[in-house]
Ligand binder design. Structure first.
Ligand code: HEM
Length: 205
């Protein structure tokens, strides 16, 4: 039962994340494109019943995931089995940190938590030493975790080698996507200058 709920909640969160990551890819077309997409997408996920459900799913996902890691401790075998636990642990850390920062930025500091809020940590001083791996690993961990879950779910249909290829392929796609998004936010393709309102507020996450 708990596994089924974990999967259901993962599907709802994944729906949000799919469009969230697409949002970050729109930054390839410029900062304004990212801001415009987010403004439109917010109409959906900031609708109070939707946002409450999303945040509740994240809390449930984190709690149930930590329980699974604890319950199967010492009984994991092989690379993907361990990768599933470590990626889940990282996602639990990232999601709680990321959401606290975003909600604190929005309600505590009163800033618009848009492109600049995320880009501040990657472009000001030496903060990129923390924020680059922090963001990079979030997307890699997400794809790793989903890949390992699918590997387990589809084992009878794809066979052991097919499942390993699927999970490995998803990890590679995650790393590539993550690299593109982090490079874009870090100013690899155009100048990213952080407005003064974000020079302090943005660094809370
Ligand atoms: C490079 C990676 C990422 C960046 C730069 C980033 C940035 C942001 C920003 C700026 C917001 C605020 C959105 C708003 O104000 O409307 C946000 C919200 C959020 N992000 Fe991310 N994010 C990243 C990756 C992720 C990942 C991998 C996940 C999930 C595993 C995630 C989950 C969320 C959630 C659940 C919200 C809150 C939505 C809400 O209720 O307002 N993010 N992110």
């Amino acid at each position: 039962m708990l596994h089924k709920l974990h999967r259901l909640s993962a599907s709802l969160i994944s729906l949000y994340i799919l469009f969230h990551l697409l949002n970050h890819l729109t930054a390839l077309a410029g900062i304004q494109a990212h801001i415009d997409y987010m403004r439109a997408y917010r109409l959906l996920y900031r609708f109070p019943p939707v946002e409450t459900l999303l945040l509740a799913c994240v809390l449930f996902q984190t709690g149930s995931g930590l329980y699974f890691v604890w319950a199967r401790r010492g009984r994991r075998q092989g690379f993907f089995d361990h990768a599933q636990a470590w990626s889940g642990l990282y996602l639990a850390f990232f999601l709680l940190f990321h959401l606290s920062a975003v909600l604190y930025g929005r309600w505590g500091q009163g800033v618009d938590t848009n492109f600049y809020f995320a880009a501040a940590g990657l472009n000001l001083g030496n903060y990129f030493l923390f924020f680059m791996p922090y963001y990079f690993l979030s997307i890699v961990a997400y794809f790793t975790h989903i890949g390992c879950g699918l590997r387990w779910l589809l084992q009878t249909r794809l066979g052991p080698r097919g499942c390993d290829r699927l999970a490995g392929g998803m990890m590679a796609v995650g790393a590539l996507l993550s690299g593109i998004i982090i490079a874009t936010f870090s100013g690899a393709w155009y100048l990213v200058s952080i407005p003064s309102a974000y020079q302090f507020a943005g660094l809370a996450r």
